[in-house]
Design a protein around this ligand. Structure first.
Ligand code: MLT
Length: 258
């Protein structure tokens, strides 16, 4: 597990990387793609988003995103997944710029990496994709302005909970076997029999075990969840808490998410 704030310390190459910003960038991106948009282009700065839009034919794109959870002036849409309906986004390029999520995607991708977009909406599908790839896994929690966030860690934990189904050996047994490797400071290697969990991943798993029957409670307990509630966005919290509502696994590669 990494947070967007400490990603620089992680060796990401040749690993499966997932970015979670469940309130709300990840949820919005997955929803826009599920509703048939052509592609999503995450952009860090608002000015760059406008500049990119100027290069595209009128009517072929939607500019979306937020600052402080409020729609950016001049954008078509804010960052509510509920705005990205099929009638609005079908066949369009969605250019999106958000406070934490789009940054986290770009940082996690580095020069030309591949990043999966994870949320509560697609936990099971993400877990399946990770199991199929058989690589070491880094779950990047976007957090809020560089700080730990409960809701992203919950989603990461739910993916881990699902991933465990794909392995035979119990992780604690495997952990003991990996103990020496860890103390010799070797990078843990993917083992087809066992999912070896770092302590941060165990903590995320335990969080998931606490909230899995009521993920909305996790969102309500979070700082950003409370902020969205104050802004009258309870419907967004409800939607973003729908576990496995979608089956798509968006992937960022080569500047776009498909
Ligand atoms: C972000 O990227 O910071 C979030 O998605 C903020 C939000 O809730 O709109």
């Amino acid at each position: 597990i990494a947070t967007a704030g400490n990603i620089a310390g992680e060796a990401l190459s040749n690993k499966s990387v997932v970015m979670f910003d469940i309130l709300r960038a990840s949820s919005t991106i997955s929803t826009a793609l599920a509703n048939g948009c052509k592609e999503v282009i995450p952009v860090i700065d608002v000015e760059d988003a406008f500049a990119l839009a100027r290069q595209l034919p009128e009517g072929s794109f939607i500019l979306g995103g937020e600052r402080g959870a409020i729609k950016v002036t001049g954008f078509h849409l804010g960052n509510s997944p509920l705005e990205y309906t099929a009638s609005v986004v079908k066949d369009k390029t969605v250019i999106i710029s958000t406070t934490n999520g789009t940054k986290a995607i770009r940082y996690a991708a580095g020069e030309n990496g591949r990043v999966f977009i994870g949320s509560l909406l697609n936990c099971s599908s993400v877990a399946k994709a990770l199991a199929d790839l058989s690589k070491d896994i880094v779950l990047v929690c976007a957090g809020t302005r560089g700080k730990f966030s409960l809701e992203d860690t919950l989603a990461a934990g739910l993916v881990i909970k699902d991933l465990l189904k794909f392995f035979n050996k119990n992780p604690w047994q495997a952990k003991t076997q990996e103990h020496n490797k860890f103390y010799l400071e070797e990078t843990p290697i993917f083992n087809n029999d066992a999912l070896i969990l770092e302590d941060a991943a165990v903590a995320a798993l335990r969080l998931a075990e606490y909230y899995w029957q009521s993920p909305i409670q996790g969102l309500l307990d979070s700082l950003h969840g409370q902020k969205l509630l104050q802004l009258g966005l309870a419907a967004d919290l409800d939607y973003c808490s729908k576990l496995n509502h979608l089956t798509n696994v968006p992937v960022f590669f080569n500047d776009k998410i498909l």
